[in-house]
Structure formats: structure tokens, C-alpha cells
Design a protein around this ligand. Structure first.
Ligand code: GLN
Length: 448
């Protein structure tokens, strides 16, 4: 914990990964843990961890990087994942920056600072869990938690050269995760290594009665899965994942990784995910629709900021939301409200749900014959700060390789697989069957 804060004080002025630091309390806890250290301490005992700021932490400010929650200084409860980490005795170092309400791919939509990519501070760290990835890459914390609705753990992990896993939908409780798109959101671990990642996942999984979508499944020992090597592994490589639009250096790095898998005794074949080209359109319709409903609770009445204008009740709602939400969040709410309005529902929302089913079936077919699917995490490496922020459509389009995984509810990991000529990290994405995180880790660890 000491080392963590020393590093934070060295680099945080530049990296800006945190919205809130928990220094006094973290140091107090660390001291207490030193005194209590026993023989049966968990592997995560005393480990400094950073938490994305859309995960509720009791007594520790939780803002979702939004002005509308700027004054939420003292949340009344812990998210289930935090309760689980408390049992392992990790130490929360602070709350990490993100795109407002997890909407974005660069962390530039934060209403606080712009987080910078530790590999080159002219570049974005990715998003929306940009703070979570940057803090790990900069050595500010060993571990962090992010959330992934449409790539927000894997893409920043890829941009920052760290390991990030989006678990199978339902494996990790969403209780206490501020909802963006409830049918897609999952919390997951971001770490330096695959092994660390497996240990952190182990600590946060399991059925939770507070989340009705939480699955009843048997939990394997993920660290055990790392003992198996890549021999006999059957890898599928979707041709759509290496098509034009994917940066040549990214493609080359992925092909190199596949060569390495061959040397390790795995085999790979080209397959097709024919409906993945519709994933971005379906994702933005569904995610925005769900967001428009979920974000209706921010009305200035129950919690969060209320306008200071002296207006009547209806205008109080309107002004509170107009002042509290940023541009991207408003764009999504309008898009979602439109897609759900009567007369348009069948044409947009219902159609997107059908596309979602087709995408899921594409994956199911491939998994009849293969253990994992491998491709790039993102078509590009990190963007320059400011490069894409005024062009949301191009930015959305870059979610083409991550969103299919959310729509199908599958687990996916991003592991580092080299650097571009500019010295920016490239990420390899490994996708598994539902609840087969063990296989995903096995494949990732063998490569790493
Ligand atoms: N780029 C995606 C979006 O803006 C990422 C969302 C996420 O996974 N939280 O919706």
C-alpha cells in the first residue's frame, strides 16, 4: 500500500487515473492488516486495488465520472464484489476515472480529468475503464476492477498493454454496479498478468441473491487451469476479425501470436461469424435503449445533484438532468428513447434483439468444434487525445470486435501481444464458451 501511494504521488499528476484517492483509510487498513497477519491469509491479503467509479463503495465517493453524482460522497452500501474483496482483505486505494456512466472508448467523456495512456501520454488509455487500465499499466496498483458493457475492460486493457477479462454474463454479481445496459454489463478484473487476473476473478465470482441475473454455476479453480499448456487446443479465427479496417500492424501481431500457438502445440483454422458486422448497430441500439431506462432514476430527487434554479417540479427534473449529464450521455438517452418509442419499437429495438440472437448462434456453432476464438481486441492501437472525440460514429465502429462478445454473453480476455511501430501496445482477444473462463485463462497463460 505504501509502494502504491509512492508511485501514485510520482505519476498521478500526469496519468490522472483516479477520481478519488482513499489514502488515509487505506493506510489505516494496511497497518491493521500488518498487525493481524496470520498463517491462513488469503493470496490477496493486503493487496492494493483500484475500483472503477461506477462500482458502489460504502462511505467512499462514487461518481460514475458524472456531475450528476459529483456529490455522492457517502454511499450507504458496498457492491457485492466489494464485499467479497473485503473478505479477502484487499485494500481499496481509490476510485478510478472512466467515461461518464461507462459510455465511451477513450475516458475523454469523464466530467473530471482526461486520463492519459502511461505508454505515451499524448494518447488515450481507451475506455470506458481507462482509469482502471492506466492505473495498472502505470504501476499505481497491482489490480483493478473495471466494467465491460461493449468492450470497456478489454479495449482499455489492449490500449494500455495489460490483461483484462470480461466474464460470462451472470458469473459476477452486478449488485452495486451502476447500471448502464443491464443485459450486457459485467464487472471484471484488470491486472498485469494472467495469473493475477485468475486470482482476482476467483475472489469476485459466485451466485448472489441480490442480482436476479446472477448464475448458479459451479466455480472451478481458475489458477489450476493455468497448469495445462496449449497442446491440443483448437483455435478458431474468424475471418471478419482480420478484415480490412483492422490496422496491418495489429493483424501482423495477431498472426504472429497464432504462429506461437502452433509452436506450442495448438491448431487454428479460419471460421466465419457472418452476423458480427451488425454487432455495432445492434449494440448501440440495445445499450442506448437500456441506458435511457436505467438513467431515468437520476432526477435530482433521490440522490445526486439538483439544479439550483428556482423552478417548478417538472423543470427541476429537466434542469437537474440538463446540468448533470454530459453530451455523450444525453446522446445515448435520446437515441434510446427514440428507439423505444411507440411506432419505432419493432423497427429498431425488436430487430436489434433478433440480430443479437443471430450473433449468439454464430458463436454457438463455432464452439461445437473449437475451444477458443482468437482475434484482435481492437482494430487499432490507442488514439491520440482529441483525435476521435468529435466523431462518435467512427469511435462506435471501432467496437466491432468487442461488442459481439457482450451481445452473446461470452467471456473474453485481452492480453498484450506486442507493440506498434509507434510503441503502443496491441491486444490479443481470446473468447471462450459460456462459463469457460478456465479455458480462456489456459489459452491466455500458455501464450503469455
Ligand atoms: N465503447 C462502448 C460504449 O461506448 C463501451 C461501453 C462499455 O463497455 N461500458 O458504449
Amino acid at each position: 500500500v505504501d509502494a502504491s501511494f509512492t508511485r501514485i504521488h510520482e505519476v498521478e499528476d500526469e496519468v490522472k487515473a483516479f477520481i478519488t484517492l482513499n489514502e488515509e483509510e487505506a493506510r489505516r487498513q494496511a497497518k491493521e492488516l500488518d498487525e493481524q497477519l496470520g498463517e491462513n491469509a488469503s493470496i490477496l491479503y493486503g493487496m492494493p486495488i483500484g475500483i472503477k467509479d461506477n462500482i458502489v463503495t460504502k462511505g467512499l465517493r462514487t461518481t460514475c465520472a458524472s456531475q450528476i453524482l459529483d456529490n455522492l460522497h457517502d454511499p450507504l452500501y458496498d457492491a457485492t464484489v466489494i464485499e467479497k474483496l473485503n473478505k479477502e482483505k484487499t485494500v481499496t486505494i481509490g476510485k478510478l476515472n472512466m467515461d461518464e456512466f461507462a459510455m465511451g472508448s477513450t475516458t475523454e467523456n469523464s466530467s473530471y480529468a482526461k486520463t492519459r495512456n502511461p505508454w505515451n501520454t499524448d494518447y488515450v488509455p481507451g475506455g470506458s475503464s481507462g482509469g482502471s487500465a492506466a492505473a495498472v499499466a502505470a504501476g499505481e496498483v497491482f489490480f483493478s476492477l473495471g466494467s465491460d458493457t461493449g468492450g470497456s475492460i478489454r479495449q482499455p486493457a489492449s490500449f494500455c498493454g495489460v490483461v483484462g477479462l470480461k466474464p460470462t454474463y451472470g458469473l459476477v454479481s452486478r449488485f452495486g454496479l451502476v447500471a448502464f445496459a443491464s443485459s450486457l454489463d459485467q464487472i471484471g478484473p484488470i491486472t498485469r498478468t494472467v495469473e493475477d487476473n485468475a486470482h482476482l476473478l476467483q475472489a469476485i465470482v459466485g451466485h448472489d441473491k441480490m442480482d436476479s441475473t446472477s448464475a448458479h454455476v459451479e466455480i472451478p479453480n481458475y489458477a489450476d487451469a493455468l497448469k495445462q499448456d496449449a497442446r491440443g487446443l483448437r483455435i478458431a479465427v474468424p475471418k471478419e476479425y482480420l478484415q480490412e479496417g483492422v490496422n496491418p500492424e495489429v493483424k501482423e501481431a495477431v498472426l504472429q501470436a497464432l504462429k506461437q500457438y502452433e509452436e506450442l502445440g495448438a491448431t487454428w483454422e479460419e471460421v466465419s461469424l457472418p452476423h458480427s458486422k451488425y454487432a455495432v448497430a445492434a449494440y448501440y441500439l440495445l445499450a442506448s435503449s437500456e441506458a435511457s431506462a436505467n438513467l431515468s432514476r437520476f432526477d435530482g430527487v433521490r440522490y445526486g445533484k439538483r439544479t439550483e434554479k428556482r423552478v417548478d417540479m417538472l423543470d427541476m427534473f429537466k434542469y437537474s438532468r440538463a446540468e448533470g449529464f454530459g453530451d455523450e450521455v444525453k446522446r445515448r438517452i435520446m437515441l434510446g428513447t427514440f428507439a423505444l418509442s411507440s411506432g419505432y419499437y419493432d423497427a429498431y429495438y425488436k430487430k436489434a434483439q433478433k440480430v443479437r440472437t443471430l450473433i449468439k448462434q454464430d458463436f454457438e456453432k463455432i464452439f461445437e468444434d473449437y475451444d477458443v476464438i482468437i482475434g484482435p481486441t481492437s482494430p487499432t492501437t490507442a488514439y491520440k487525445i482529441g483525435e476521435k472525440i468529435d466523431d462518435p460514429l467512427t469511435m462506435y465502429a471501432d467496437d466491432i470486435l468487442t461488442t459481439p462478445v457482450n451481445l452473446a454473453g461470452l467471456p473474453g480476455i485481452s492480453v498484450p501481444c506486442g507493440f506498434s511501430s509507434e510503441g503502443l501496445p496491441i491486444g490479443l482477444q481470446i473468447i471462450g464458451k459460456h462459463f469457460d473462463e478456465a479455458m480462456v485463462y489456459r489459452a491466455a497463460y500458455a501464450y503469455e
